[in-house]
Each structure stands twice: as C-alpha cells, then as structure tokens.
Design a protein around this ligand. Structure first.
Ligand code: SF4
Ligand code: SF4
Length: 94
C-alpha cells in the first residue's frame, strides 16, 4: 500500500503564479477575445487568480482589466467568473 505523506507546507496550497510575457506576446494566438462588463464585475479576483498568463488586473476602481498583448483567448476567465461578467467574442482581424 502506498503511504500518503501529510503536506509539510503548514496547510497552505503550493500555488505558483505565471509571469506575464514569459511566453512572448501570446495575444497573437487568440481567435476569441474576452470582454469584461465592468458593471457586472464584483471585483472578486477569480479571473486574475486563474488566468494562465497572468494578464488580468482587478482594481476596485476599474474592475477586471485585460492586457490583450498577452491574453491568448483560452476562455478560463469566463468560466471562473461567478457572475457572468466576461463574454468571449470572436477576434476581429486588423
Ligand atoms: S482568455 Fe482570460 S484566462 Fe485566458 S488568457 Fe485571456 S484573460 Fe487570461
Ligand atoms: S471573475 Fe468576474 S466578477 Fe470576479 S473580478 Fe473577474 S470579471 Fe470581475
């Protein structure tokens, strides 16, 4: 039988945070774009925490703001938003 060791981190989750821009300008990968309705945004920080490229900043004054240079359009922020404040829309070419 495999023995499962107790975590040694004092009960804290071993979270890591990606570094913005570490994979280059991943905004070029995007074909769907997240759009935030700041009037619905409750500033809960879920999207900022879960964005895999760390490209969302939530501020009390602005709500969630996305840096589209790095947003790769994965849609995770829309999935985790508890109030449906983020919608994915087709990316329009320049
Ligand atoms: S779609 Fe949302 S979660 Fe995905 S990279 Fe863009 S901002 Fe981050
Ligand atoms: S998850 Fe939704 S409600 Fe929460 S900060 Fe992001 S956009 Fe706002």
């Amino acid at each position: 039988m495999v023995k499962i060791e107790k975590p040694t981190t004092g009960g804290k989750l071993p979270l890591t945070k990606p570094v913005i821009g570490v994979a280059g300008k991943t905004g070029l990968w995007r074909f769907m774009k997240p759009v935030v309705d700041v009037n619905k945004c409750t500033r809960c920080y879920q999207c900022e925490i879960y964005c895999p490229v760390n490209t969302i900043r939530v501020e009390p004054e602005t709500g969630a703001v996305i840096n589209y240079d790095y947003c790769k359009g994965c849609g995770l922020c829309m999935d985790v938003c508890p109030v449906g404040a983020i919608t994915m829309v087709p990316e329009v070419g320049e």
